[in-house]
Design a protein around this ligand. Structure first.
Ligand SMILES: N[C@@H](CCC(=O)N[C@@H](CS)C(=O)NCC(=O)O)C(=O)O
Length: 104
């Protein structure tokens, strides 16, 4: 790899991929949060959990970013995915894996 080249996409015929950042707004005792986290972990993704019960300001941020008030709210590389049901729906549709590989 030459100087200044990115550490990814080293093969020309490969799709451009990177490890996406997965953020999940959650709170303690939320079964939907646990279900969503379980699916992500099953896919070897460790989400960045933002605990709105511990950091109330983050709830305002979650509502501003997602337009929703329920937890969890999940973002992949900053793009809003939705809640737990939305995450499982994307998986059923076969779209989640590509999103988690951040194929572009
Ligand atoms: N369909 C939503 C349901 C989420 C939901 O109902 N979450 C509960 C907590 S488990 C919630 O946020 N309730 C309202 C609240 O706590 O303010 C999803 O799949 O994410």
């Amino acid at each position: 790899m030459g100087k200044g080249e990115p550490a990814r996409n080293t093969q020309k015929d490969e799709k451009m991929t990177h490890t996406p950042v997965v953020e999940m707004y959650a709170r303690a005792g939320c079964p939907y949060c646990a279900r969503a986290e379980a699916l992500l972990r099953q896919k070897n993704v460790t989400p960045k959990i933002i605990r709105i019960d511990l950091e109330p300001d983050q709830r305002d941020e979650m509502v501003a970013r997602s337009g929703r008030t329920t937890v969890p709210q999940i973002f992949i590389d900053g793009a809003h995915v939705g809640g737990c049901d939305d995450l499982y729906q994307l998986d059923r549709e076969g779209k989640l894996d590509a999103m988690l590989r951040a194929e572009h």
